[in-house]
Design a protein around this ligand. Structure first.
Ligand SMILES: [Fe+2]
Length: 397
């Protein structure tokens, strides 16, 4: 399967007008922004009134010669739509098909232009009006620290999570999502997740996602173990506080981004949010940059991430992967990290926040745990994060 980088595609387009670029994202996404001259054939296209997938039929309507250079792209790295479209076109007998590495986000990051709206992810753009204090911080640094009254609750919930993880493995297994369960939105993720990452030279990372689904699926198991009961109680108290603070924060941004509160807190609709508790084991491996990396530089998919708590200074953030540094994130504060979609409801240039996690000398909980952190992910309801991507929450470069 051939891949082309954004830089390669830019060179190809500069000297060759014959390459056909196919955007396989949904129509509304394409209408918002796409690579100039791309053709939209949504991979999930359905026949009207039926569930029949008509991607191949629509592609055949282009009547392309079999040797035509074709480049397909989706929204981001690892997009399954692009992968499946690539396969489907090759199965028709096309011999010169490639996939754009990094998808549309990779294209934008490398300075490619999009239409009808041209997006700049990294370079801050001055808003027309004087920005509110949070937006001003986001424009300046890509992220913002803010006062969080629930900090004590977060600290308690972090401790409760560490206690929860001391349950026997057999008990932890009870909190795993059922086999075959596929989350489609943030709020439908849930439960105990363990990621083995031997290919990255890292030990298994354990997370627990608190969401309405987790509360419902595992209610009996939460009641069964005292550590689990204490954990969910502490997490619930934290969630109430996090939502309240976030609503206040967005309210202060209304002057710059009218409607932003309603986008995240739609009346009468369920919030699309999930709170992730993360445990990173110790690493003794330095990466090629000499860092004890627990998570490489990336920005998050979806709308926004709030760093609620960490047990030591491990998270670094910035407006680009080259400007990542330790934030001034102090006790009593939370950290606002816009995701890839935040521009859709805010000021262009306010994010996304690149971030990485490294193991810091002060970043240790006990012999088993290097780092604990709690993050709150949230999407705005109208155009939620990619619902088909089975990558983890992040874009990693
Ligand atoms: Fe992240």
């Amino acid at each position: 399967m051939q891949m082309k980088s954004a830089v390669e595609l830019q060179k190809i387009l500069a000297k060759d007008a014959h390459t056909v670029i196919i955007d396989v994202t949904r129509e509304t996404h394409f209408q918002a922004h796409h690579i100039v001259e791309a053709v939209n054939i949504p991979y999930r296209a359905r026949q009207e009134g039926s569930s029949k997938n008509i991607f191949v039929d629509l592609f055949k309507e282009l009547k392309l010669a079999f040797g035509t250079p074709i480049i397909v792209y989706g929204e981001h790295t690892g997009c399954r739509l692009a992968y499946m479209a690539h396969n489907a076109i090759e199965e028709l007998g096309y011999t010169n098909v490639s996939e754009l590495k990094g998808g549309l986000h990779g294209w934008i990051i490398e300075g490619g232009t999009t239409e009808p709206k041209n997006i700049t992810h990294v370079t801050p753009v001055s808003p027309v009006v004087s920005p509110d204090p949070i937006t001003a911080e986001l424009l300046k640094k890509g992220y913002a620290e803010f006062k969080f009254s629930g900090y004590e609750l977060a600290s308690n919930a972090g401790s409760a999570f560490a206690d929860f993880l001391t349950l026997p493995q057999q008990a932890l297994e009870e909190f795993k999502p059922p086999a075959g369960y596929t989350p489609t939105r943030l709020c439908t993720h849930g439960g105990y997740l363990a990621y083995a990452q031997p290919e990255k030279g890292r030990p298994t990372i354990e997370n627990f996602v608190i969401s309405p689904v987790a509360r419902e699926l595992f209610s009996e198991s939460f009641a069964k173990y005292p550590q689990a009961q204490a954990f969910i109680s502490a997490a619930n108290a934290l969630q109430v506080s996090a939502e309240k603070t976030l609503r206040e924060l967005l309210t202060t941004m209304e002057s710059t981004s009218p409607g932003i509160t309603q986008a995240f807190f739609p009346e009468g609709e369920e919030l699309d949010a999930a709170m992730w508790f993360m445990k990173y084991p110790h690493t003794d491996t330095k990466d090629e940059n000499g860092k004890m990396s627990l998570c490489r530089p990336h920005f998050d998919l979806g709308a926004l991430t709030i760093g609620l708590w960490e047990n030591g200074p491990g998270l670094r953030a910035g407006s680009s992967k080259d400007t990542i540094t330790y934030p001034g994130w102090k006790s009593g504060e939370a950290l606002f990290l816009p995701g890839a979609d935040f521009w859709k409801v805010s000021t262009p240039g306010a994010g996304p926040a690149w971030h990485e996690v490294i193991q810091h000398p002060n970043d240790s909980w006990n012999e088993d745990i290097a780092r604990l952190s709690i993050v709150f992910f949230m999407s705005h309801s109208k155009d939620s994060m990619c619902s088909v991507c089975d990558e983890r929450h992040a874009i990693v470069y």
